[in-house]
Ligand binder design. Structure first.
Ligand SMILES: Cc1ncc(COP(=O)(O)O)c(C=O)c1O
Length: 463
């Protein structure tokens, strides 16, 4: 067996082998999977705009007017009016001065992070950040400190330990595999205190959360206060490509330094025009966002009624954590046979032992479809010998807004005290660097572990 065959066999043996499944038709509530109709519960076409007639027409018209490809990087063969129009619209939607398009969310993350951090700098990255952020951190050659998921105490401690001139905090706003939200207000506050820049990836928030779908940054009242807000055009905006929103100066800097803009062909006119039409639809009819929320509530309620450990709420990403890789695959296959397509998600996308079905509600589902899906998933779980009641409960939902504000105040006091203690030459070991349990972190003596190149998201490897 040659090396590639051996590696494939190893993936198969570990239950980690992947394959492409054939579907027919657009990303609607129902698709044909290998010729069989199934309810689609794993698409990021959250608002149902990928196949909306106006979006299709805009893309087709743009293809006729400007052609399909952009021809080169915009720095080489020029920027098209359609690029500029979408950038202006996105900047105004996100409440920033300026915006820059990228070929995809993956390219945006590696381009922006690489532009803002280099060898001399330190990046602070949530342990459950998306792989494109992880890869952006690796490519930047900065020192990377991974902080515990959504843990502002730990982030504070890490920031204190790493006093480099250039600090960059980077986080998803809505986490892609868990559907929970980063504590953005706390992160912004820490960034202020420590003089760090902040990059927030709104891939799963734009169009879905916040006022009129403007995202989690807007929901936290931080519009215009985050250094760079990244988002994709490939999820709620139903197209392909991505953007970074920031100040005029930062966007000029990215045009000059983000390698994935400089050395990559610009997004093609049909994709850009499609996203522009989707954004217009979202702004004209924000009720789609309300429908997504009520569908998310309906899906969560129906799953809880079936015994799954799912908290009530309006977040459209709902993880059903099975645990083992093979069990997750078996549940996925059994659900498909019974008429629901919810892809199993396994390492390295999620930490080992937390393989899951990652369910996504869409605005285009009916509540009846979502109830039917929940019933099928519960039956499928029992058929493979898993009781929904015994499944692993996800992390608790974020704190209520009011509690968040109170916590922020308590934290601010604590940070002030810690700084004062530092100034007078003492270290407050009881408070600073203490974990949720009040115990110091294991890594305290030797400092946080640097980023683990082999495993992106294993909590055990976090600092
Ligand atoms: C949080 C996050 N960021 C970035 C991306 C990449 O975006 P794109 O699909 O446009 O490359 C994804 C895609 O899943 C994501 O979940």
């Amino acid at each position: 067996m040659d090396e590639i065959a051996e590696r494939l066999a190893e993936l198969e043996r570990l239950g980690l082998s992947r394959r492409l499944r054939m579907i027919s038709g657009p990303q609607g509530p129902t698709v044909l999977l290998d010729g069989k109709p199934v309810l689609l519960l794993c698409s990021n076409n959250y608002l149902g705009l990928a196949d909306h007639p106006r979006v299709r027409e805009a893309a087709a018209e743009a293809a006729m007017r400007w052609g399909v490809g952009a021809g080169a990087s915009r720095l080489v063969s020029g920027s098209m009016t359609i690029h500029r129009r979408l950038e202006e619209r996105l900047a105004s939607f996100k409440g920033t001065e300026s915006c820059l398009l990228f070929g995809s969310g993956y390219l945006a993350n590696i381009g922006v992070i690489g532009a803002l951090a280099g060898r001399e700098d330190v990046i602070f990255s949530d342990e459950l950040n998306h792989a494109s952020i992880v890869d952006g951190c690796r490519l930047s050659r900065a020192q990377v400190v991974v902080y515990r998921h959504r843990d502002v105490e730990h982030l504070d401690w890490c920031l204190r330990r790493h006093g480099a001139a250039g600090r960059l905090i980077v986080t998803d706003s809505v986490f892609s595999m868990d559907g929970d939200i980063a504590p953005l207000a706390h992160i912004a506050e820490l960034a202020n205190i420590y003089g760090a820049r902040v990059v927030v990836d709104e891939a799963h928030a734009t169009g879905n959360v916040g006022p009129d779908g403007r995202g989690a940054v807007a929901a936290a009242g931080l519009e215009g206060e985050i250094d760079v807000v990244i988002g994709t055009l490939g999820k709620a905006l139903g197209s392909y490509g991505a953007y970074a929103c920031a100040s005029d100066e930062t966007i000029q800097y990215l045009i000059n330094t983000a390698r994935s803009v400089i050395f990559s062909t610009a997004p093609g006119p049909p994709a850009v025009a499609g996203a522009l039409a989707a954004l217009e639809l979202l702004q004209e009819r924000p009720h789609r966002v309300g429908r997504l929320r009520s569908n998310a509530r309906a899906l969560r309620g129906a799953l809880a009624d079936e015994g799954f450990p799912v908290a009530p709420g309006e977040m459209h990403i709902v993880p059903l954590i099975v645990g083992g890789e093979r069990d997750a695959m078996r549940l996925c296959q059994q659900a498909i046979e019974q008429g629901v397509f919810a892809q199993a998600i396994r390492p390295p996308t999620v930490p080992a032992g937390t393989s899951r079905l990652r369910l996504t509600a869409m605005a285009s589902h009916t509540p009846g479809e979502l109830r039917r899906a929940a019933g099928i998933l519960a039956d499928a779980a029992r058929r493979i010998g898993v009781d929904p009641h015994d499944m692993i409960a996800p992390e608790p939902e974020p704190l209520h807004e009011l509690q968040e504000i109170e916590t922020a105040l308590v934290r601010a006091e604590r940070v002030e005290r810690a700084q004062w203690l530092q100034q007078v030459g003492q270290e407050d070991r009881n408070e600073v660097g203490a974990g949720r349990s009040g115990e110091p972190y294991g890594a305290a003596a030797e400092g946080p572990a640097l980023f683990d190149f082999e495993r992106d998201s294993s909590p055990a490897k976090a600092a």
